[in-house]
Design a protein around this ligand. Structure first.
Ligand code: ADP
Ligand code: MG
Length: 353
């Protein structure tokens, strides 16, 4: 289903529509219509556009290279995304992760190399964020009605009991055999906070292998820009306004980095009058509402997704730590201010009005 773009006029329509409808960040592709400078004959004037379904959303690839180069790469991208989807989709009972979640409390589950590579990222993310990012939050997501509907709020006792099933430190990883074992029945892993960023990482790695640049990939609001679009210094990406999601707060420049946002506007629910956010603190067991939105810009696509969820939980101290350890990382925190959205930035990012 990889569709090379129709003529440029309609391809330009396709991408902004997909972004507006699906993205946590709207990409403002102002560079696309600008003619390339005369001195760059290898950069195509208009991008080829490919769209792939994944995780109930779409991956959109724009590549400013000739079709002989982009078409084969796009086929590989599609195959990689399809394979990942079948492995890590927790809502598909036949996926590898669903099998793991069903059986790892009975016996160690032997992981494929592909799943193990993702679990490695999850374990590293947990260490790096001091436990704020924890893929073992599955039971909490369920408890708070975020995976299946419930009519009443959980009691404090239920939260406490559920917390006994949460914490990556409890999960037994065998690094020699690549197996996972849960010490307690009812534990389960949920890749919702990393899946799109990890998929984006795989796509970007593939594009780099194929030498495809400039290119822009948008995977449900997780966006990576490789190289520079014709006639510009960087891709210009809009940061969506969490209080008016058809508007943007400003734009940021993306050059060989990736952007992701965790926001409270996408998937929140209300139980007995209380609004429940879809990000939970694995230490307290409570849904967190610290920010209206957290945007991360960083070189590795998987990290932009991880960090946006983690900083939503752990706030400024983690934003400070992550930007101090990597000078190419930037964080934008958005809160509800008295006169509209209140922005705070850390590290290498500028939000331009
Ligand atoms: P979105 O998927 O809407 O872009 P995020 O990337 O912030 O948003 O991911 C939110 C998802 O992450 C939740 O739906 C849940 O599956 C998972 N999640 C929630 N809390 C945590 C956490 N503390 N650590 C890791 N994953 C989490
Ligand atoms: Mg995330």
């Amino acid at each position: 289903m990889s569709n090379p773009s129709p003529p440029p006029s309609s391809s330009r329509v396709l991408v902004p529509l997909a972004l507006v409808a699906l993205a946590a960040i709207a990409a403002v592709l102002r560079g696309c219509n600008t003619p390339p400078p005369a001195a760059s004959p290898t950069v195509a004037k208009e991008p080829l556009v490919y769209e792939f379904p994944i995780f109930d959303t779409f991956a959109v690839l724009k590549a400013w290279v000739p079709p002989e180069q982009a078409d084969p790469a796009s086929k590989e991208v599609m195959a990689v995304l399809r394979d990942l989807h079948h492995r890590i989709n927790i809502f598909d009972p036949a996926s590898e992760i669903s099998q793991l979640n069903r059986t790892a409390a009975q016996e160690p589950f032997p992981c494929s190399d592909e799943l193990w590579a993702l679990l490695d990222e999850c374990r590293r993310a947990w260490r790096e964020t001091d436990g704020a990012f924890d893929v073992s939050v599955g039971p909490l997501m369920r408890l708070w009605g975020l995976h299946r509907k419930r009519e009443t709020l959980p009691t404090d006792a239920e939260v406490a009991t559920t917390l006994e099933l949460v914490g990556l430190a409890k999960v037994e990883f065998d690094d020699a055999k690549h197996t996972v074992r849960f010490p307690k029945d009812g534990m389960y892993l949920d890749f919702g906070g990393i899946a799109k960023g990890y998929a984006l990482q795989l796509v970007v790695d593939l594009l780099r292998q194929h030498g495809i640049s400039p290119a822009l990939v948008d995977l449900g609001g997780n966006i990576a820009g490789l190289g520079t679009p014709p006639g510009r210094d960087a891709f210009i990406i809009g940061v969506r306004n969490p209080f008016a999601t058809d508007e943007i707060l400003g734009t940021i420049q993306v050059h060989n980095r990736a952007v992701a946002t965790s926001g409270n506007y996408e998937r929140q629910i209300v139980i007995q009058g209380r609004t429940i956010q879809h990000i939970v603190d694995p230490r307290t067991g409570q849904p967190v509402a610290n920010f209206a939105g957290v945007t991360i810009i960083t070189p590795r696509p998987v990290n932009s997704d991880i960090y946006s969820t983690a900083v939503f939980v752990a706030g400024e101290p983690l934003a400070q730590k992550l930007t101090a350890q990597d000078p190419d990382t930037g964080v934008v925190l958005v809160r509800e201010g008295q006169n509209g959205p209140d922005l705070q930035t850390f590290g290498r990012v500028t939000v331009e009005p």
